[in-house]
Design a protein around this ligand. Structure first.
Ligand code: PLP
Length: 370
């Protein structure tokens, strides 16, 4: 790299707080140097079978967990292509939920939107009346909106979607899964997807999803959904503990090590650690305000994501300047997303970070802002 070293390089673990990609533990990174194996045959079958055990615990499901060698956006496309051939209702409350609707439009689907301002969560009653007005094949929703730090109430939204037998609920839980409570089966989610590089703290390159029986039936009934993201093919291959095409094996080695770490912590322990980090961040914002620095947590109380906090800044502070000042001190945080770039920052307290590391970060951030 010469003099130009990359963000996060040559710094000790615990200083990289982007809301994705997140920092990866050295032992997880090292797993990627293992030798290749063939993707047909008994070795891969044993390997994928072991990964299934761990992934089911992460999604809290008894159903198979699909492993896709794509970023999460690939499985967002899979969601709409396998879940709908007719109208889609897109719940929009930030950049990523907007993109989910865009993906459906790009797949030539007709899309209606229920949009609330950035920083707000969806009201299940409003979703219920939108559903009553039209016959929808599917609803798209983002669990944890990474652009604003808002957490949508999935169980409540799922209950209103469940009133419509032919409507599937398609969930992007990219910054939810592995950090925020997520009960795939108990909440009756038809499709829930995540990516490797967010709360699961893996290198980018893999994404994971669970499909309900109704979703699989819908997929089987749809033609023209393409081949790479055909869930019927995923399911057929997974019965033999294989993937339809050559998987990103090196990232799967990292996944194996990370799933063992998650099993040690337990998924509930992981959720609790994330909640503690989020609460600490919210308390810090309140403390700063008490000290005269007018910060605000963008998301309302009761709808705050445990994995990412978007902080609104007073006029005296500029987002890019704060991010730069942190970088000069050896810490990485996220800038405000899109239109929030100047007026906000984001802290990704997500993945394998601890409360101690977060406390150190917040001390430096307070220094920078005062
Ligand atoms: C990061 C992110 C995505 C996109 O994930 P890619 O892996 O870059 O495709 C989608 N949705 C949410 C909520 C995200 O945070």
């Amino acid at each position: 790299m010469g003099q130009h070293h990359l963000e996060g390089e040559n710094t000790p673990f615990g200083r990289f707080f982007l809301p994705g990609p997140t920092e990866v533990r050295p032992e997880v990174l090292e797993a990627q140097t293992r030798a290749m194996i063939g993707h047909r045959g008994s070795l891969i079958q044993e390997f994928v079978s072991e990964l299934q055990q761990g992934l089911k615990k992460v999604f809290v499901t008894d159903r198979p967990v699909f492993i896709s060698s794509s970023s999460a956006s690939g499985l967002m496309e899979a969601a709409v292509r396998n879940g709908a051939s007719g109208k889609v209702l897109s719940l929009v409350n930030g950049a990523f939920s907007h993109r989910f609707g865009d993906i459906a439009r790009a797949c030539a689907l007709e899309v209606d939107e229920v949009a609330v301002p950035w920083g707000e969560a969806h009201d299940p009653a409003v979703v219920a009346s939108a559903l009553a007005a039209g016959a929808y094949h599917a609803v798209t929703v983002v669990h944890s909106e990474t652009s604003t730090g808002v957490l949508n109430d999935l169980p409540a939204i799922s209950s209103v979607v469940a009133q419509h037998a032919d409507t599937l609920l398609l969930v992007d839980s990219v910054t939810g899964c592995g950090g925020a409570e997520l009960l795939t089966d108990a909440w009756a989610l038809d499709f829930v997807l995540t990516g490797s590089q967010k709360a699961l703290a893996l290198p980018p390159g893999l994404s994971f999803a669970v499909a309900s029986e109704a979703m699989m039936e819908r997929s089987a009934s749809i033609t023209g959904k393409g081949q790479y993201f055909d869930l019927v093919a995923f399911a057929k291959n997974l019965e033999k503990f294989q993937t339809p095409t050559t998987p990103a094996l090196s990232t799967m080695y990292a996944l194996q090590v990370q799933l063992a770490r998650i099993a040690d912590e337990t998924i509930e322990g992981r959720w609790a650690r994330h909640s503690a980090m989020a609460e600490r961040t919210h308390a810090w914002v309140d403390g700063m305000r008490a000290d005269g620095v007018q910060l605000q947590v963008m998301a309302p109380v009761g709808h705050r994501s445990p994995t990412v906090t978007a902080v609104s800044l007073p006029e005296s502070l500029s987002g890019p300047n704060v991010v730069r000042a942190m970088k000069e001190r050896g810490w990485v945080i996220g800038g405000g997303y899109g239109k929030l770039k100047e007026t906000g920052i984001r802290i990704g307290h997500m993945g394998d970070h601890t409360l101690d590391e977060l406390n150190e970060l917040l001390d430096v951030l307070a220094e920078v802002m005062r």
